[in-house]
Structure formats: C-alpha cells, structure tokens
Ligand binder design. Structure first.
Ligand SMILES: C[S@@+](CC[C@H](N)C(=O)[O-])C[C@H]1O[C@@H](n2cnc3c(N)ncnc32)[C@H](O)[C@@H]1O
Length: 274
C-alpha cells in the first residue's frame, strides 16, 4: 500500500462505523439522501456547496459519463448523479474508500449510476476519449507528478468535454502548517501555486474557461461548521471517522493556513479543445 493510501486508511471497518453512527442518529437507510452523508463523504473544503458549483461548471446532461479522479468516499459523484442523472466512474488509490463509496451508493439507491474502482489517477487504464466530463477535487495535493495527472485527464476526456479541478494550492503566506487533512507532514504533500496550475493545465492541452479563488468562502465555511457544532452538536459522522482524533488539530491548522494565506482554494473550469 502506498504512503498516501496508508494515510487515508483508518483503523479499518469504516463501512461498519459509518453504518453504526447513522443508526445511532436514527437516520433511516431507506430514505437516506446524498446530502445526509455530506459531513463525511464530501471530503473537501466547502463540502457539498463546492460540489454544487462543480455540477454547474461541468455542464452535464443525463447522458453524460463522468470520471472523478480521486473519488474518495463518493460524495461528489453522488451529488452529480442526484442533480443531473449522469453516470460517474470514480477512481481512487485507497481501497477502503472505494469500498465505502460503493456501500454509500447502495444505501442512497444510486448504485446503478456510480462505479468506484481502485486505481491511480495518473494512469486510470480507461480508453482514450472515454468520458464526456472529468473532475478532481482535493487530490492533486497528494500527487507529485502533476503533469501525468493532467495529461491523463486530457487523454480520457472527449474533445469538447469539460474538466474541473478544485484544489488546495500553495499560497504566498509561507509553508503549510501540518498536520492537515491530506498529510501529517510534507512527505506526501505537493502543492502547486496558482501560476503553476495555469501552466500545468495549458501544457496538458486544456483551455482554461474560468478560475475562481474561493479562499475567503473557505475560511467562512470552517467558521460556520464550528458554529453549527457548538449550536447543534457534531454531525452523526464526520471526517474524524477515518482521520481520527487528529482531525481537530488538522481543522484548526486549515483555519490558520487559510487566514495566513499559506493555502488557497481555487477552482479551474477547463475544456479539451475540439
Ligand atoms: C481529500 S480526499 C478527496 C476525496 C474526494 N475527491 C472528495 O472531494 O470527496 C483525497 C483523495 O485522493 C485520493 N488519492 C490521492 N492520490 C491519488 C492518486 N494518485 N490516484 C487516485 N486517488 C488518489 C485519496 O485516496 C483520497 O481519497
């Protein structure tokens, strides 16, 4: 198992832990909706709100086949399916996350339109021009070989298709404070700057349609999450289910990293020219 997968794999038994937490909170599995799972399966800053923006940017229809590179627990994939009726293939390096993603799709009745497989986002094994759209959310921070990642996204996307990247980038405020939710130390953390991202995407062949820096909203999101927990208590299940007790320190560091401009959150909407 790679160092990255080891970081994300918790103590094991994640499907059972999530299931037990939902039962304890009295959530009926037969009426479970993707939004109910967002505190645990939308594993990126600004959670479901960010995925809703990405649905817009991908310009999907019910006929679209979409590839999610680094699909995690599958929250973004299910949000896309729920809102558009599209079909999503997710590829992720961490086997336990693929297992959980598959179970959560069964519980929400979306199995037929999602498929999660273990693989590397830099070499998915999918045929050329296989998908109508692609996305990657908070994954490239763990990938040193970014030219390979964006070249793979370009290769599998059909000409004219959209590709959206929403990632944590290196800010101008200095080195990242660790631990963070993608790494305990710099050994598996590789952040690009916004300038480097523009060059990387252009070098892969993409045309950048828009670039949106949401760092202020990201900071506000952490504050809203904290205020909600103080008011209503913690959600039934959260990222702590796999990140463990360290998640509290990771979240506090993210607030400091954003406030001190050590990190930025930026979304790039791109197209593969026809
Ligand atoms: C912070 S999570 C984001 C998950 C998901 N995109 C989301 O937003 O909910 C990062 C994910 O990237 C995956 N990952 C990291 N490096 C990868 C690689 N080379 N190929 C595929 N997945 C990778 C990890 O296993 C993890 O699931």
């Amino acid at each position: 198992m790679s160092q990255v997968s080891r970081f994300y794999s918790g103590p094991g038994g994640l499907v059972g832990a999530i299931s037990a937490a939902l039962d304890a909170a009295g959530l009926d599995r037969r009426t479970l909706r993707p939004a109910d799972l967002a505190p645990v399966d939308e594993f990126h800053i600004r959670g479901r709100a960010a995925s809703l923006e990405i649905v817009e940017a991908l310009a999907l229809t019910a006929d679209s086949h979409v590839l999610d590179l680094g699909s995690g627990l599958g929250g973004p994939a299910r949000t896309l399916v729920e809102l558009t009726g599209c079909r999503v293939t997710g590829v992720d390096l961490t086997p336990e996350f693929c297992e959980v993603a598959t179970a959560l799709s069964e519980w929400t009745g979306l199995s037929e339109r999602t498929d999660f497989r273990v693989g590397d986002a830099t070499a998915t094994g999918l045929p050329e021009a296989a998908v109508d759209a692609a996305l990657t959310l908070h994954v490239a921070m763990n990938i040193a070989d970014k030219p390979a990642l964006y070249a793979e996204a370009f290769r599998v996307l059909r000409p004219g298709g959209r590709f959206v990247v929403y990632d944590v980038l290196q800010g101008e405020g200095g080195d990242v404070r660790y631990p963070v939710p993608w790494a305990t130390d710099p050994s598996i953390s590789f952040l690009a700057t916004p300038e480097e991202m523009r060059e990387l995407l252009a070098a892969a062949g993409f045309q950048v349609i828009s670039e949106v820096d949401s760092s202020e909203e990201s900071l506000a999101w952490f504050q809203q999450v904290r205020a909600r927990i103080e008011r209503d208590g913690p959600p039934p299940v959260s990222f702590a289910a796999f990140l463990g007790d360290a998640y509290g320190q990771m979240a506090a560091n993210q607030v400091a990293n954003l406030a001190q401009r050590r990190i930025r959150t930026v979304m790039f909407a791109c197209s593969r020219p026809s």
